[in-house]
Design a protein around this ligand. Structure first.
Ligand code: ADP
Length: 238
């Protein structure tokens, strides 16, 4: 069964349709890249899944269960970074993570767990450094650390490579592979098809709130030829 199913989703803002009859699904254990230019609707889809904006019509299912009404229990199974993660700059990476974990009833992190999470996101050497000294890439890593302390089934990351230099992008995408190996299912958005296609098992390409290419049911995307088609093809959107 798919971990996430989106079926016929529609959303408008001020009578302007921004998501139109959108359907795709994400299988457990996969990394999926939701690719589209700015304004194509990526964040709106994520916010709808997270209950931050109300959908107009359509269905969203997590582990086969319909997300409906005011019940937000399903959010316990999702870790997320939407837009930029924020921190207490004068506190260290360890202190920030401790503080966040204390906000969750069911998260009881030992000192060792905390270090394990920081290790998982590659911040071993900066555990006790103040966040104010961190690069953007290190902050993204710490944001990921915060997103995974509840051991979510699904990680939703909105443009996690934004603002990073090429080395930072490479590091972050490698981190996605490590997180996948540790059992996470990841849905990340980006406008960088080529970079994301290096780590994603599947890609879904959005254009003006509609699906331009749906790789969610394809066994293995031929991403190289897809990329060439999009860049050079008649139906180029980039
Ligand atoms: P992306 O994440 O791909 O950049 P968004 O989901 O942020 O795209 O935006 C999709 C469209 O919806 C854009 O045209 C944007 O201007 C519009 N939009 C997003 N949020 C709002 C809002 N709160 N009110 C009105 N329009 C919005």
């Amino acid at each position: 069964m798919a971990l996430l199913q989106i079926i016929g989703l529609n959303k408008s803002y001020n009578k302007k349709k921004v998501i139109e009859d959108l359907s795709f699904e994400l299988q457990s254990g996969e990394i999926m890249g939701l690719i589209g230019q700015n304004g194509s609707g990526k964040t709106t889809i994520f916010k709808t899944i997270l209950g931050l904006v109300k959908k107009e019509s359509g269905e969203i299912k997590i582990n086969g269960k319909l997300i409906e009404g005011k019940s937000k229990g399903y959010l316990n199974t999702i870790g997320t970074i939407i837009e930029y993660p924020t921190f207490y700059e004068s506190l260290t990476a360890r202190q920030n993570l401790m503080l966040i974990s204390s906000l969750y009833d069911k998260v009881n992190l030992s000192k060792e767990d905390l270090l394990n999470y920081l290790h998982l996101v590659g911040l071993d050497n900066s555990v006790d450094c103040k966040v104010s000294s961190f690069s953007l890439g290190m902050k993204q890593r710490l944001g990921l650390g915060m997103a995974i302390i509840t051991s979510p089934d699904l990680l939703i990351l909105d443009e996690p490579t934004n603002g990073l230099d090429p080395d930072g992008i490479k590091e972050l995408l490698n981190l996605m592979i490590s997180l996948k190996k540790s059992g996470m299912t990841i849905l990340l958005s980006s406008h960088q098809l080529y970079e994301v296609s290096k780590v994603a098992d599947k890609v879904v390409i959005l254009h003006d709130g509609q699906i331009f290419y749906d790789g969610s049911n394809v066994q293995s995307d031929d991403l190289e030829s897809l990329f060439i088609r999009i860049v050079h093809g008649g139906d180029a959107i980039w």
